[in-house]
Design a protein around this ligand. Sequence first.
Ligand SMILES: C[S@@+](CC[C@H](N)C(=O)[O-])C[C@H]1O[C@@H](n2cnc3c(N)ncnc32)[C@H](O)[C@@H]1O
Length: 210
Amino acid sequence: MANTIAVLGVGPGSADYLTPAAAKHISEAGVLVGASRLLKTFAQPGQICNPITANLQDTVLIIKEQCKQHKVAVLVSGDSGLYSFANYLTKYINEDLLEIVPGISSVQLLFARLKKPWQQATVISMHGRTDEKLVKFVKEKELVAVLTGKDNTPQTIAGWLISAGCDDNAPVKVGCNLSYENEYIYCGNLSQLQQCCHQLTNCVMVIGDV
Ligand SMILES: C[S@@+](CC[C@H](N)C(=O)[O-])C[C@H]1O[C@@H](n2cnc3c(N)ncnc32)[C@H](O)[C@@H]1O
């Protein structure tokens, strides 16, 4: 009989933001699956590590195969319920086999760094996708948190919003590499961000008055 598969939100990346519940699952697992940066931080000696590739179906097959013999922990960044691989897994693996453990989201951590609440914020993902609703929200001066991606960098998103007619003076904060030693918070407006020369990687943005 197959072992339960633990799908763990491991927080923004640093072990400081790993919950004790997720840490327990990791220490009990024989096999870890996740993005390379997460495996690098959380893998323990002797564990079999499987980096997630662009071919998600391959990863699903690996998980289904490995759980026959091992306890498998799937590591997802931030919270498992916010634009994560967990949702994909529930479509291809029997839910009775999955245990989902939530984590601290990058969005939560950025608002904490800004010392502001986020109950009014709408979360939009531009990670590997484009969401036109972002233009509408920024025009209506709603508070929006935006997950960015390789193609949709903060500068690209700022340029896209300005060309779509958004106020180029709209306030924006960008949290980069949150929880890591090279964490960086950028503050400015859309126009300044569009022209920003820093390479802003692994970022979440907040647009609007916080
Ligand atoms: C696939 S989404 C997953 C979001 C994740 N479930 C969460 O709750 O944060 C990946 C995006 O999350 C954001 N992200 C993840 N880790 C981050 C970090 N340490 N610092 C800033 N943003 C991060 C980035 O926008 C990244 O492109």
